[in-house]
Design a protein around this ligand. Structure first.
Ligand SMILES: *Cc1c(COP(=O)(O)O)cnc(C)c1O
Length: 424
């Protein structure tokens, strides 16, 4: 594979810690740290180009991107088909506002309704906005349709959740990094342990309108629900007349080897919340998809967005849905994921405590006695692999679905080398 060739950051330089950035890279890092708010702690690599599963830094070194924009880049960097579509639309019409119709939103909405099997979709931009939309829709459905007492609607959420960064959403997070010093928070949410169907059943009273959950907790470290949980949740929601709201922003759109992570359990939620890969990594595109009895509660003027459903976003989103319609990317994620699973399991006991894989998506718990997740990512960076740690000792791997089997081997070999070096 020529992509694995000489341009890649050199393997086998086993020094600990992050590599020292070049002078050019250092200048970019210093300027960013000087003028941009410090709400992130990036690895010391400055990227300037991308192609498929690979990125290039300002010094021309190539890296296998195993974060893929938190799955926003399922189709890889600069996917030619999406670029063509975006370029064409850029030259024609980019923003109309929803005060007028445009010729892209209808076809996109129809295609996404088809992909989700739902009656209609409500387009937004970021994932957090789509989650906020789902919360508003659920509450309104609760009052208008279910008959919940005014001002009392409750949404159940789960421990370890990540649904975005707005004040309402962080209010039901249990991660102090997300919540500390940001209160007071929006009332009307009750959190129960992830995957605990009994706790959920006990928490449902007359005020509960929805259960908001991730079918796989991505930010949580690729945490899978207990077997059978999604089906039990589906039955519980149906029985108690509560909306099942699946946040598939990170897990959806082929990442897990199926179109939606819920598909693995043959479960259809009442509401899909989508984002990230829906914009093909080119543009923020998010949406809520549901049937008329749910999304029908939204009437003109009661919810909206300046940019939501803009023709550029709709053209890209429509092309993304067309790319997913063939099942090709889902199949790639499934096949590559099997290899990733097999190969990562070789490292259990050799510096890895546990591995969780669903499709081309893995959470790897590094033995904290050996190194932190951050240190593991620094070691991977030295070996030409970009990955992101979460919750101290977990490293996530989610390469673009256009990666090859050789590239999966490359990432596992790099991790094996990092761990072997640390073991000494
Ligand atoms: C990323 C993410 C969000 C938030 O999306 P933004 O586009 O960053 O607002 C919400 N839910 C899940 C599951 C996510 O992974």
């Amino acid at each position: 594979m020529d992509r694995n060739g000489e341009g890649r950051a050199s393997l086998g330089h086993a020094a600990a810690g992050a590599p020292t950035p070049s002078r050019t890279a250092r200048e970019h890092i210093e300027r960013t740290e000087r003028f941009a708010a410090r709400n992130y702690h990036p690895l010391p690599v400055v990227l300037s180009g991308g192609d498929g599963a690979w990125v290039t830094d300002v010094d021309g070194r190539r890296y296998l991107d195993c974060l893929a924009g938190y799955s926003a880049l399922n189709f890889g960097h600069c996917p030619p088909r999406l670029l063509r579509c975006a370029h064409e639309q850029l030259d024609r019409l980019t923003l109309t506002s929803r005060a007028f119709y445009n010729d892209q939103l209808g076809p996109f909405a129809e295609a996404l309704a088809g992909l989700t099997g739902k009656d209609r979709v409500l387009p937004m931009n970021s994932g957090a906005e789509a989650v906020e939309t789902a919360i508003k829709v659920s509450r309104k459905w609760g009052y208008v349709t279910k008959g919940v007492e005014a001002g009392r609607a409750t949404v159940l959420t789960m421990s370890g959740n990540f649904h975005g960064r707005t004040t309402t959403i962080v209010g039901f997070s249990d991660d102090p990094l997300a919540t500390d010093d940001y209160g007071p928070f929006t009332p009307g949410f009750t959190r129960v342990p992830y995957g605990d169907i009994r706790a959920l059943a006990d928490a449902i009273d007359d005020t509960v309108v929805a259960v908001l959950f991730e079918p796989v907790q991505g930010e949580g470290g690729v945490v899978l629900p207990p077997p059978g949980f999604l089906r039990e949740l589906r039955e519980l929601c149906t029985r108690r007349d509560v909306l099942m709201v699946a946040d598939e922003i990170q897990s959806g759109l082929a990442r897990t080897g199926r179109t939606f992570a819920c598909d693995h359990d043959e479960v259809v939620p009442d509401v899909y919340v989508l984002g990230k890969a829906l914009g093909g990594g080119l543009h923020p595109v998010s949406a809520v998809a549901a049937d008329d009895d749910v999304l029908g509660v939204i009437t003109p003027g009661t919810h909206g967005s300046t940019f939501g459903g803009n023709p550029l976003a709709a053209a890209i989103g429509h092309e993304v849905v067309a790319m997913l319609a063939t099942g090709e990317y889902q199949e790639r994620a499934r096949v590559l994921g099997e290899r990733l699973d097999t190969r990562l399991r070789e490292l259990v006991g050799a510096g890895v405590l546990a591995v969780r894989v669903r499709g081309l998506w893995a959470g790897v718990d590094i033995d904290p006695a050996l190194m932190t997740g951050r240190e593991a990512c620094e070691g991977l960076l030295r070996r030409g692999v970009l990955a992101k740690d979460t919750h101290g000792s977990t490293v996530r791997f989610a390469p673009a679905l256009v990666a090859t089997e050789d590239e999966i081997d490359l990432l596992v070999d790099a991790l094996g080398d990092v761990l072997a070096t640390a073991r000494g």
